[in-house]
Every structure is written in C-alpha cells, then in structure tokens.
Design a protein around this ligand. Structure first.
Ligand code: 6MZ
Length: 352
C-alpha cells in the first residue's frame, strides 16, 4: 500500500484492527481519481531520475518533486494546479503514460502485484484528460491508457475522459468525439468529466458537447462549485446537462442543493482529504458530506489525487469511521451503506 499521511493517516491510525479489517473487506468503488494526480510516489521519483537535466523544465520538475516528497502544502486550491506542469513534463511520452497508468491501476487494484495485499477498491473508474504532446496525439494517449485499463476485467476498471475547463471549444469537441468513437468501437470508455482550474472556462460553451456525450450513452460527471470563484451561472450551466454525478459541489448554494427531485438525484463525489488540504473546507465538522448524509442523498467516497494528498481509499473510509475530531464517527452500518451507494453510482454498473 502506498504511504499515506495527513488527515486520512491520522484517522486510520486511530482505528482498531477489527475496524481496519472491516473497511478493507467492504466492496468499494473509486469513482473520482485523476490519473496524473494518482501516480504512486515511487513511480514519479523513478521518472524524475530519468528526466534530462538539460530540459527547460528541469528546475520546475526538481522543485515539484521536492514538494511531493516532503508533503505538499497548499494555501488555496489554485496552488494545486501549479503542480501539474512538472508532472506532465514527466509523463509526456507514450512509454511514460503506459508506465504511470499501469502503476496507478496496480496501486488501486493489485497493490503488491501478486494479489497478496488487499486492493484499495473493488472497482475503479479512472479519469484522465487526453493530452497531445510532441510525442503523441490525444487518440494515441487514450489508446495507451485504455490498453492498460483493459488488462483488468470489465467489472474492475474503466475510463472516464476528462475535458479541462481551460480547453478551447475545438479541443473539447475533439475529446468528446474521441470518447464517443472509442466507446462505439467497444473500448472501455464509460463517461465524461469536466475538471480543471475552477476559475477558468465558460461552461455555457461546454454544454452542447456534454449533451452530445450523454446522448451517445456516456455517463456524465462534472466538477462543480469547487471554489467560491464558481458563480451560480457556472453551476446552472453544468446542471442544465443533468450530470449523473457531481464532483466536490462544495459551494453549491442552498437553493441549488435542492436540485434533488424524484427523477434527478445525482450522486455526489466526496473527496474529504482533498477538500481539507485544498482548504476549501475548514474541518470535517463543516464538510458538506454532513448535509448529504442527513438528507439521505447518494454519495461516493473518493481520493481525487492520491499523490499530492497522500491518501488512499482505506484512508478516506477511515475518515468516515474514526471518532471525531479525527473522523465523522459514522457507525459500521452507515459506512457500509455509503460504500454500497458508491457501487450503485458506477457508470459501468459493475454488478449488473
Ligand atoms: C479540478 C482537478 C482536480 O487528467 O492529467 N484535476 N480539477 N479540481 C481538482 N481538485 C483538486 N484534481 C485534478 O489528471 C490531472 C488533471 O486533473 C484535474 C486537473 O485538470 C489536472 O491537470 P489528468 O490525468
């Protein structure tokens, strides 16, 4: 298992061994994990060692690696995005994309590679933004990721194609078209995600593409109201596509929170460590998960970016079970119910 630290590690350390065994044996779905944010530290360090010293990004890569090794400290969520250029510099070739995808899948589904250690989750919907670099097209990028994902059975791993809020209209269109074409060719693409710096992009311009993806049978999840900078118009544009799941939704207004209705109950993707470390939520006590638990609204517990947030599925579930102030103090029955809701929210419906 990858090393964890921070709030998840503290919660896990407070549990008795029976509780840990209970959490490990729960069938769990990880539905909100970004590929390049989930690279095991060992793998990113290996890639950094091979990185040419003469490259224009050498200093940036070295600085980011130092932060990842010593523990990333973010003053605000926007600082998170400054980690990505160095990670992208290390994963810009087809070989590196294959290496990191294999390592991420293994870290979630088969930690020691020999099946001896219990997997972090039963089912993984990994998401990534198709990237074109001097070494590969977006199609090649997705093909490499899918080749690795499809090494696992269909009831264990699938891909969500992310579009970044910073993308131009034609880039969004290209990514959505690729996702639809690949799905239609029988590749294991199950959904579309909208991610990226919450301050950027006009979501009105994304909606036609997102609706096309839904019409083609892909699931839809969107990062929504992740920052105070997201306006109500931004959230309304995204909600107009009726996403199946919503990521974070930290600052959704009370009025918008009431979107719950008989025929529309999107599952909320909850990333506790991510929100605490990005300082979008002050404490577990103040976390919006409490609202959704109280209102019996579907949620799924996710890691988001295990590399900078130094967490794991077990760590995130520990935050549910541990007693306050380290955790939410839910009962085992409630934690099991949450895990079942997560499985039910999968786009691939692993148990169908
Ligand atoms: C919004 C996020 C994110 O796609 O290259 N990403 N977008 N909010 C977050 N909360 C912290 N965490 C990750 O993975 C990295 C990309 O995922 C998005 C960002 O756009 C980041 O560049 P992939 O595999």
């Amino acid at each position: 298992m990858s090393e964890i630290a921070g709030p998840a590690a503290a919660a896990l350390a407070s549990l008795c061994s029976d509780d840990v065994i209970f959490l490990q044996s729960l069938p769990k779905a990880e539905l909100h994990a970004h590929l390049n944010g989930s690279i095991p530290i060992k793998t990113i360090l290996e890639l950094a060692q091979q990185y040419p010293h003469s490259s224009a990004q050498t200093t940036e890569v070295a600085d980011t690696i130092e932060k990842l090794k010593s523990g990333v400290i973010l003053n605000e969520i926007f600082d998170f995005f400054s980690l990505m250029p160095a990670i992208y510099a290390l994963t810009s070739t087809p070989e590196a994309v294959a290496i990191v995808t294999r390592a991420v899948l293994q870290s979630f589904l088969n930690p020691t590679g020999d099946g001896a250690e219990s997997p972090q989750c039963t089912y993984l919907e990994l998401r990534t933004t198709p990237r074109s670099t001097t070494h590969m097209t977006r199609e090649k990028y997705l093909t490499i990721v899918l080749d690795e994902i499809e090494m696992y059975p269909a009831d264990q791993a699938a891909l969500i194609v992310s579009v970044d809020r910073r993308m131009s209209d034609s880039d969004v269109e290209e990514c959505i078209s690729l996702a639809i074409e690949m799905k239609n060719r029988g590749r294991r693409v199950v959904g579309i995600d909208v991610c990226g710096d919450p301050r950027s992009g006009d979501m009105q311009t994304f909606t036609q593409h997102l609706s096309r993806a839904k019409g083609a049978g892909l699931g839809l999840t969107v990062h929504i109201a992740e920052s105070t900078k997201n306006t109500t118009e931004d959230s309304l544009a995204l909600l107009s596509c009726r996403p199946d799941r919503l990521g974070h939704a930290t600052f959704l207004s009370d009025e918008l929170k009431a979107f719950k209705s008989a025929d529309y109950k999107p599952c909320m993707e909850i990333c506790l460590s991510s929100n605490l470390l990005c300082k979008t939520v002050a404490s577990l006590d103040a976390h919006h998960i409490r609202y959704y638990l109280k209102n019996d609204h579907p949620i799924v517990i996710c890691t988001d970016d295990a590399l900078p947030f130094r967490t794991s599925c077990l760590g995130e579930y520990s935050l549910l079970l541990a007693q306050p102030p380290l955790g939410l103090g839910l009962s085992r029955d409630d934690v099991a119910r949450v895990a079942r809701m997560g499985m039910d929210a999968a786009f691939l419906r692993p148990r169908d």
